[in-house]
Design a protein. Structure first.
Ligand SMILES: NC(=O)c1ccc[n+]([C@@H]2O[C@H](COP(=O)([O-])OP(=O)(O)OC[C@H]3O[C@@H](n4cnc5c(N)ncnc54)[C@H](OP(=O)(O)O)[C@@H]3O)[C@@H](O)[C@H]2O)c1
Length: 380
């Protein structure tokens, strides 16, 4: 069904879509390539929410190259996600493709939002356009795991990030942990943060390490054309602090990107009065251990966040995994041995039956300097 050229142009569209990884959220990353007689006439990607969609960029370039002809009869558009059919902040892309006389549209993956899914495709078909769906669909969906999941379940994609030694320790017994992993891994973590809508940690990490939890453009190691410092989006910093212990002397308050303090009791009013504008509080129910109830947390985050990165100690990482909220675990494993009294990686329940332990599947393994990065899927 697919020609070599089809696959080549859709691969190009997927590559373009990835260029939006650091700037488009909460919108999905989408790429588009328009061809005529197997020559690329136009291409583009969705740069940021509220801005033109990938198809609009590609149509503008194609029209210009076709000597200003609005009619692109005979042209094929390759799009990584089903073109939208509704008026949002921009007019529907399906309508734009129809207006420009595109003859064929190849879609990698349908829009997962049940309210949208299929409508863009039907709009194109009703206008007499040939539509082929499914080329490199898995690859295209993998660019937007958070968007795909949230549109179907109203929950964010949850990644637990951890760094550990070969013997599974995250710090020496006295807490020293700088640095277990090398600069390549730390740069990779900055990129993970930069792609996440929210970064969640536990109060103990904040009290012990006093981190800033922001993305530092200079540490991303990305080219300016991939993302410049001004377009870089900071993730929402979320601190789980059931007993409302955090005070505004914490270093993270000094950086003005948004912070959400989640507790099970209200912070004292006198404390709240010291919060700068970028800090807000959310009181949620507690679980059986008196801690922030994670289902309520992720439901709340799912209202706005596609992807959530958990960067916490063994306690919160263990809670997220053992309560089946983690979609993915990213483990940076350093070629170091920290000893038997070092701090453990994940606090999990004391399983007594092998049938109860979480099963983990290796998805990807790669070297980052001297470290190894494992991407793992956790099955409940
Ligand atoms: N190796 C790594 O990748 C990595 C990453 C980050 C941090 N760390 C290290 O981890 C150490 C701290 O680890 P930690 O295990 O003590 O603390 P943690 O996991 O960062 O925070 C745990 C605390 O979060 C609060 N919390 C609120 N809701 C929770 C829930 N549903 N489940 C679990 N916790 C919840 C609890 O305190 P309340 O009950 O008071 O709310 C809990 O004690 C630090 O030394 C830091 O350096 C390592």
């Amino acid at each position: 069904m697919w020609s070599i050229e089809d696959t080549e142009f859709m691969s190009r569209a997927i590559k373009l879509a990835r260029r939006g990884l650091y700037t488009t959220r909460p919108n999905p990353c989408v790429g588009c390539v328009i061809t005529l007689d197997d020559q690329i006439l136009g291409e583009g990607f969705h740069i940021r929410a509220g801005g033109p969609h990938a198809e609009v960029h590609a149509l503008a370039m194609a029209t210009q190259r076709a000597d200003g002809l609005a009619d692109l009869k005979g042209a094929t558009a390759y799009v990584t996600l089903e073109p939208c059919s509704h008026y949002g902040r921009t007019p529907p892309c399906a309508e734009a493709l129809i207006k420009h006389g595109i003859s064929r549209v190849v879609v990698a993956v349908e829009d997962p939002n049940p309210r949208v899914s299929g409508r863009g495709i039907n709009m194109l078909k009703d206008a007499g356009i040939k539509v082929d769906v499914g080329l490199l669909g898995d690859e295209a969906a993998q660019i937007n795991p958070g968007f795909m999941k949230r549109m179907q379940s109203a929950l964010p994609w949850v990644t637990v990030k951890l760094a550990a030694s070969l013997d599974g320790k995250t710090a020496l017994s006295n807490g020293a942990s700088k640095w277990i992993t090398g600069p390549e891994s730390r740069r990779d973590v900055q990129r993970l943060r930069a792609r996440s809508c929210a970064l969640v940690t536990g109060i103990e990490t904040v009290l012990l390490d006093d981190p800033s939890l922001n993305v530092r453009h200079s540490e991303l190691g990305l080219l300016a054309q991939q993302v410049d410092a001004d377009s870089l989006l900071q993730p929402l910093r979320v601190i789980l602090d059931s007993r409302a212990r955090l005070t505004s002397s914490a270093k993270l308050f000094a950086i003005t990107s948004p912070i959400l303090l989640v507790s099970c009791v209200d912070y004292p009013q006198a404390e709240q009065d010291t919060w700068p504008e970028h800090v807000s509080g959310l009181t949620l129910a507690s679980d059986n251990d008196g801690r922030v109830e994670l289902t309520a947390l992720f439901s709340h985050l799912g209202k706005t966040c596609n992807s959530v990165l958990i960067e916490a100690g063994a306690t919160l990482a263990g809670s997220v995994i053992s309560h089946n909220h983690a979609d993915e675990l990213i483990l940076y494993q350093a070629m170091k041995l920290l000893g038997a009294n070092g701090r453990n990686l994940i606090s999990l329940p004391d399983y007594t039956d092998m049938a109860d332990i979480p099963s983990v599947e290796l998805i990807d393994e790669r070297k980052l300097g001297d470290d190894t990065r494992l991407t793992l899927k956790i099955r409940s």
